[in-house]
Write a protein that binds this ligand. Structure first.
Ligand code: ZN
Length: 197
């Protein structure tokens, strides 16, 4: 039995993805050994992500500013839009250093099982941006929901912006695989081997 205060911290850590009972205990014990300034900085960082972090007004990526660093970077090609389901995928792709266009974060996938409809996603602003670009690269995962979303967007883009090239990244990524779990080489290939839809 842990003291209630320690147990509460263990329970908080257990809510994080991939953290089991033993890891949560180790984290909580480690926090309990921090100095007061360390604890203060740790707690402040938790509040800061909630207070400061929000969605980029252009692409939906996570940012402390109104516009994310990618959208603010004028050297990035505005003619290429890489469409992903979450901000984690932007981070994964940026690590490859191979992509020089901009992103669009959908914030989810169309899913009949989870009841997520197209209007629940960040799609309207994608259409507006696509009209001013040359290529839209659909990089949703190779899961059923990922494919459904890609097909939906392909149809919509061909209807609303017929001059825009729509491509789909190659899935050397294992079926059902998520972008953020793929390594950087796999991701670079997924980009360079993309196919016209
Ligand atoms: Zn942005």
């Amino acid at each position: 039995m842990y003291p209630a205060s320690l147990q509460a911290l263990i329970d908080s850590f257990r809510r994080l993805p991939g953290v089991g009972a033993r890891t949560a205990e180790r984290y909580a014990l480690s926090v309990s050994e921090m100095t007061p300034p360390e604890i203060e900085a740790f707690a402040a960082s938790l509040f800061a992500v909630k207070d400061r972090l929000h969605k980029c007004r252009i692409c939906g990526n996570l940012s402390d500013e109104e516009e994310c660093p990618v959208c603010r970077d004028k050297s990035r090609s505005q003619g290429q839009i890489f469409v992903v389901q979450s901000a984690k995928d932007v981070i994964a792709m940026e690590k490859t250093g191979e992509y020089h266009g901009v992103y669009h974060v959908l914030n989810g996938l169309i899913s009949s099982s989870k009841g997520v409809m197209p209007e629940d996603l960040n799609i309207d602003s994608l259409l507006e941006r696509a009209k001013r670009s040359e290529e839209v690269i659909l990089a949703t995962s190779a899961t059923m929901d990922g494919e459904t979303t890609a097909l939906y967007l392909d149809r919509l883009l061909k209807k609303e912006c017929p001059d825009v090239l729509v491509t789909r990244i190659a899935h050397g990524i294992p079926a059902g695989g998520m972008l953020d779990y793929a390594d950087e080489i796999t991701l670079s290939h997924a980009l360079s081997d993309r196919k016209k839809m």
